[in-house]
Design a protein around this ligand. Structure first.
Ligand code: ADP
Ligand code: MG
Length: 506
């Protein structure tokens, strides 16, 4: 069961607001949607996949284009080793088989922004096969199986909206390394697709192989969608939907496409293979092109690149460089640390934030308090100052000092949060204890001192003591208030309340 307050629960409830089914639920329920996703990620290498041109985003058009990027006669491509390393990283993280002998192939087609007339890609020997990405569903965890991950290169960009008559071409992107990650047709609905992409994006960000920015196109997703009657043996005709620039849009495009296909099938239309485009404004899809027959890319082995051999030792070397992965951290936080799914998910969402928490939990074993500080005071600080955890001025051990001070009963959480924390952010040279002492914030937790206050408080209201003994338990608050007043707000509330109760119950 997904917990009520988990972020996953939020996604599911938001979904129903995004697209409402117009069709009878009974009709929809007759069908089973099947989805497979093809994701391209742009790799964060400095240079391109097969030459030294810069991959930097946002450069002046056509300034990062050497004759090699253009495939001019006499030029030779060379493999960028970082691309192999990044592919292996992702492969290990997804528990794939890593291919030993990696051949490159030419995928030939004509397009204006494809300067060579072909892409150098992998055809028969994708660098990773098998493996999976685990997602959360309302029925528990599910492994979304991967078919393959292969290396390829990006095309240039056609720009249609800058000139009144012509399409402009920017070839800076041509040759930027990509990984294509293809799932098996095992995704059951739009929500699962949403979860899958969220997990995948988080993973590539943790691995620091891609920035995962869908708006800028560094992570792109094509969704293959089909529907079939429940119980049918064969898959329905798959239709590919493109041009979604956010995970939320992928979710709504799939939701809409499922509904549209069911409507068509119900009308007796025989679906044919198509590529459709998502219209974000309308939340619908429209026809881009029909696929009468399979595309013929005339694949053949790339004659200018020898195969790259990946040995078990290479894989081991890459494994040593892997950061902690989000799934492992989640497991640890909800397991060993006993945090709620919600808390764990919020902390793990961002790698740097999670790494800070990792440091903090090496300094304190009060994991719950550590999580509360992360999600409360620290997050508020980051929001208020519009900074990331990387720019947060306090090292983790300073937060651990505050947590320890509260644990020892020396200060209350309120005092720590309102007085010590802000003071510490301004001045890191003092310990939490020093700040507490200087500002006179140390709680009174000497029981002999407190007992005196308690005795005074009780002596002040003899008739209330009788009422209390007569069963009016709520009067405890009155005595506690009095003790607090007498101690000038510094009585350790836990201890004081125990002493008041003991005294009254005597
Ligand atoms: P193509 O050769 O057209 O690219 P692939 O077999 O490589 O097709 O599959 C591409 C993607 O489509 C994969 O993610 C796969 O899981 C998915 N897919 C294949 N068949 C179907 C189907 N009937 N319905 C939905 N998705 C499908
Ligand atoms: Mg394919």
């Amino acid at each position: 069961m997904v917990e009520k307050h988990s972020p996953f629960a939020t996604h599911y409830s938001q979904l129903s607001r995004i697209f409402t089914f117009h069709m009878d639920k009974a009709i929809i329920d007759k069908y089973e949607p099947i989805i497979g996703l093809e994701v391209h990620i742009q790799l964060l290498t400095k240079s391109k996949a097969y030459c030294a041109d810069s991959t930097e985003y946002g450069g002046l058009p056509n300034t990062q284009v050497s004759p090699i990027s253009l495939g001019h006669p006499g030029t030779l491509p060379m493999v960028n080793k970082k691309v192999i390393e990044f592919a292996i990283k992702l492969g290990i993280a997804c528990k794939c088989n890593i291919t030993r002998e990696n051949q490159y192939a030419r995928k030939n087609y004509f397009y204006a922004d494809l300067p060579k007339g072909y892409q150098i890609t992998q055809h028969l020997t994708p660098i990773c096969t098998g493996g999976y990405i685990t997602i959360n569903t309302p029925n528990g965890k599910k492994k979304v199986e991967l078919t393959r991950i292969h290396m390829e290169e990006d095309t240039g960009k056609s720009i249609h909206d800058q000139d009144a008559y012509d399409t402009l071409i920017d070839l800076n992107r041509a040759g930027v390394p990509l990984l294509e990650i293809v799932t098996e047709p095992v995704i059951a609905n739009a929500d699962e697709a949403y979860q899958y992409l969220t997990e995948l994006r988080r993973l590539v960000r943790y691995l620091e192989i891609c920035d995962g920015n869908m708006e800028e196109g560094s992570l792109r997703c094509d969704a293959n969608v089909s529907v079939r009657l429940k119980g049918a043996e064969k898959f329905g005709t798959k239709i590919e939907v493109k041009n979604m620039n956010s995970i939320r849009n992928v979710q709504s495009a799939i939701g809409h496409e499922i509904e549209r296909q069911i409507e068509q099938v119900e009308k007796g239309v025989v679906l044919t293979q198509q590529t459709r485009s998502f219209d974000a404004a309308k939340g619908t899809t429209f026809l881009m092109r029909t696929k009468e027959s399979a595309d013929d890319y005339r694949y053949f082995p790339e004659p200018d690149l020898p195969p790259v051999i990946v040995t078990p030792r290479d894989i081991e070397e890459v494994r040593q460089t892997l950061p902690p992965l989000p799934e492992e951290l989640l497991e640890k936080y909800t397991g060993t640390f006993n945090l709620s799914n919600y808390d764990a998910a919020v902390i793990v969402d961002n790698k740097e934030f999670a790494l800070y928490f990792e440091q903090l939990t090496q300094q304190t074993t009060n994991y719950k308090a550590a999580a509360n500080w992360m999600m409360g005071d620290i997050k508020s600080y980051l929001n208020e100052n519009a900074v990331t955890i990387k720019e947060f001025p306090l090292p983790a051990f300073k937060i651990a000092e505050i947590i320890a001070l509260i644990e020892q009963g020396k200060v209350s959480y309120t005092m720590a949060s309102q007085r010590i924390f802000p003071e510490m952010v301004k001045n890191q040279s003092k310990t939490a204890q020093q700040i507490a002492e200087e500002h006179n914030l140390i709680q009174e937790s000497d029981s002999s001192v407190l007992e005196q206050f308690v005795a005074e408080a009780i002596a002040k209201y003899p008739e209330k003591v009788i009422e209390y003994k007569g069963g009016k338990a709520s009067l405890l608050g009155l005595f506690m208030g009095e003790v607090m007043k007498l101690s000038k707000g510094k009585a350790d509330p836990k201890l004081a309340s125990k002493l008041v109760k003991d005294a009254l119950d005597k």
